[in-house]
Design a protein around this ligand. Structure first.
Ligand code: ZN
Length: 136
């Protein structure tokens, strides 16, 4: 198997400050910190749930992809991230199958993970993120 687990589910929110209390205090997920991903113009709050995480995504500028998402579709699930052993071979497999890739090369996401997005047209309507631990 090349896919290992659901790494995280990304949820677009207007304000982490406003939404965090629900996920942490009411739903009871463990809040494990925050990070600003400069490349994607997004602030991310990490909430651990078993082996996976929920990530709350808040735009840090108006031209952030998350800002555009919120404008069009309001708050909600933005993407599902599946952790793979080897992102380059996963991308090659997608390409060979004719999948529509948003990133044909991996780029850097939160926690230094290598990530690449697959277009919803190829996945049944879900923006799918492939992610791999950075090579050490
Ligand atoms: Zn993600």
């Amino acid at each position: 198997m090349t896919a290992e687990k659901i790494d995280h589910i990304g949820i677009a929110v207007s304000s982490i400050e406003e939404r965090l209390p629900y996920y942490r205090d009411i739903l009871g997920l463990e809040y494990v910190g925050e990070e600003i991903v400069v490349e994607q113009k997004v602030r991310v709050a990490f909430l651990q749930v078993g082996e996976s995480r929920i990530e709350l995504l808040e735009p840090t500028s108006e031209d952030s992809p998350i800002a555009k998402f919120l404008e069009k579709r309001h708050e909600g699930i933005h993407h599902v991230s599946v952790k793979v052993k080897n992102i380059k071979s996963a991308l090659a497999k997608h390409e060979a199958a004719g999948s529509q890739l948003i990133d044909s090369e991996p780029r850097k996401g939160a926690h230094g993970m290598l990530i690449a997005f697959v277009h919803p047209n190829s996945t049944g309507g879900v923006l799918l993120e492939l992610s791999q631990e950075p090579d050490t």
